[in-house]
Design a protein around this ligand. Sequence first.
Ligand SMILES: Cc1ncc(COP(=O)(O)O)c(C=O)c1O
Length: 358
Amino acid sequence: MILLNPGPVTLSPRVRAALMNPDLCHREPEFADLQDDIRARLLGVYGLAPEDYAAVLLTGSGTAAVEAMLTSLIPQTGELLVLENGVYGERLTRIAEVHRIPHVRVQHAWQAPLDLPRIAEAIERHSALSHIAMVHHETTTGRLNALADIGALCRVHGLGLLVDAVSSFGAEALDFEGLGLTACAATANKCLHGVPGVSFVAVSRAALSHPDGPRRSLYLDLRSYCEAQDRRSTPYTPSVQAFYALREALAELEDEGGRQSRNGRYRHLLGIARGGLRALGIEPLFPPEDCSVVLNAFQLPHGIGYTELHHRLKDRGFIIYAGQGDLAATLFRVSAMGAIAVADMERFVDAVREAIAF
Ligand SMILES: Cc1ncc(COP(=O)(O)O)c(C=O)c1O
């Protein structure tokens, strides 16, 4: 079965084999070595200096990392501006609500790009703002949001920038230093090709050592994880097997040429899907310049609903992904993440041809 859903991904044989490594106690030095290795390799994906940034590992899904980032980095006196144009932007607001973090939101329709003048106006209007939170790749629609423009606004106004990079870290460009990113939350089992169960926050050490650093959560407190991990320890029981898999996945990413090479591979794979589906009369939601290289959304073909299309493709060995909310009626999504070969994507196009002619 080839998974074209946006994580968990189709595993490579190498990553799957890493799950069978020997049992390991997380209080032994071998685990500390594994953890150190992963933390260094995660920073290496974007060439970050360990003096400036820390990769803080959590056992949990991507949402755990996003929640840890927001609850640990916005000071008690701070205020957040949330940018929403999809499910995951709206989840940032939900996290702020649950933890009673003072926030304002700039809402957009799910298919809309971020409206920079409206965002600039919101910044001007709310003088107590300390941070902006946004999603880099809004997986709801496949849109790659204008991170550089928001980073520039943050610089001008002296705001921290907290980024949900759950579905972009490892494949899309993230100019941490150039944009002055405060932190990015991400996960092992999307563009990095590990297994679910480990997530992480790549965070500026300066932001983490802020004197007004809040403690809103026990389990999701980034500071306690970072302090323990810097001491080669861990506060709680980590998902050891998922750590093994992540280390192997990061080594594989390096062997394949790193982030740029993965970006090129995804671009090529989605190019095959876009070209092949368009020839079948199935149009992408956005032009390529608005999309990530990671996932594209497509209009459902006439005369066939999502469930029927999904089942016919599953019978042929491919899992596609539904649109969320109201988009379920009109869209389906295809991701390039995971151990997917060019031949797989070509077979997928053939499978769609068969499925709609069925
Ligand atoms: C942009 C983005 N943020 C957050 C999440 C939530 O991740 P998880 O389901 O691993 O908690 C996802 C999942 O698809 C995502 O795409």
